[in-house]
Write a protein that binds this ligand. Structure first.
Ligand SMILES: [Zn+2]
Ligand SMILES: [Zn+2]
Length: 327
């Protein structure tokens, strides 16, 4: 099959959801345009931004970093070493190799030296491993960004990730999380740095194809602790539908973004309170896990232990760390 754009070279990437197939060069153009349009449409980043890119060593985050550098943004990489034997060492190596080849030195946070390696933290928390890991990562993304003067934190979540998360939130009618699911979470008053997901328009397959064709060397194994993650079930379900009806995943997620404002309105959250409900560890979640429920008006203070933005007196990271250290 010939490339549908240049009609000369052989097509290397088949994109049924776009009714298209591209040769490598035309695919690079397509991919770059999808990402830059995704940034422009939702005003995720401006040329003045200093962007902290969270790089795990997997394909999505390394492709994100690659793309943001190509688009001319000022970026630095942040790698969180999760302290998972073997897997974390291999992930860190990939990040250092990628960065080194581009004259960059990523910032590395080692959770073992912080006293909260994920395997230990997960044992002491009453939450799914991935959720514990999410809490710890978000904490350091924001802390490093705030301390070092970055204006935005970028993560490599792609369309498949966001659509799966949307499906999960809808299946459980998780209004709290639905109202905070967006590729852009603006900065908050208490040292919350803006969070963006510039890959929200590209699929996992497109991201993998881009990484492969660009020769980016990434960790291909999945995190050994995420095997039972519920998010994988939602992803699989959407893949079954996508295969029969190409384009459904994109329509599902983009339709949500178009409705987003209305959805937030219909959930009975007054516009002025949006600031209060943003972030990822909202009050409902905290309450569900045993901490005292706090009224909306009490959020966005500083953690009494570390000074980070918190919804309760002590932030969820510090409470987790205390449990790990105590036992
Ligand atoms: Zn072509
Ligand atoms: Zn804290």
């Amino acid at each position: 099959m010939k490339c549908k754009r240049c009609r000369k070279a052989a097509a290397a990437v088949d994109l049924p959801s776009h009714h298209s197939a591209f040769c490598p060069d035309c695919f690079f153009l397509f991919f770059r345009r999808q990402v830059s349009e995704g940034i422009r449409k939702l005003r995720l980043l401006s040329p003045d931004d200093r962007v902290l890119v969270c790089v795990s060593g997997g394909k999505d985050s390394l492709v994100l970093w690659d793309m943001l550098m190509e688009l001319g943004y000022r970026t630095e990489g942040l790698h969180i070493d999760l302290g998972i034997e073997g897997y974390s060492d291999r992930s860190r190596e990939k990040v250092l190799a990628y960065a080194g080849a581009r004259g960059k030195e990523p910032i590395v946070v080692d959770l073992r030296s912080e006293g909260v390696p994920i395997p230990d933290a997960a044992k002491h928390a009453r939450k799914e491993e991935c959720s514990v890991c999410g809490t710890v990562k978000r904490y350091f993304f924001n802390r490093v960004a705030a301390q070092r003067g970055f204006t935005a934190v970028a993560t490599g979540h792609n369309l498949d990730d966001e659509a799966a998360r949307l499906l999960g939130n809808l299946l459980h009618w998780d209004r709290d999380h639905l109202s905070r699911q967006h590729p852009l979470l603006p900065e908050g008053p208490e040292g919350l740095v803006r969070k963006v997901k510039p890959l929200w328009r590209v699929s996992e397959m497109e991201t993998a194809a881009y990484g492969f064709l660009k020769g980016i060397d990434y960790v291909t194994e999945e995190c050994p602790m995420s095997r039972d993650a519920t998010s994988l079930v939602y992803k699989e379900a959407l893949s079954v539908i996508e295969e029969k009806m190409p384009g459904t995943r994109r329509n599902f997620y983009q339709g949500f973004l178009r409705q987003d404002r209305e959805v937030i309105g219909s959930l009975g959250v007054p516009a002025g309170d949006e600031e209060a409900i943003r972030g990822e560890d909202g009050p409902e979640r905290e309450a569900a896990h045993g901490a005292a429920a706090v009224p909306a008006a009490a959020f966005a203070g500083a953690c009494i232990s570390c000074g980070a933005p918190a919804y309760t007196e002590t932030c969820s990271y510090c409470r987790l760390k205390e449990r790990v250290i105590k036992t």
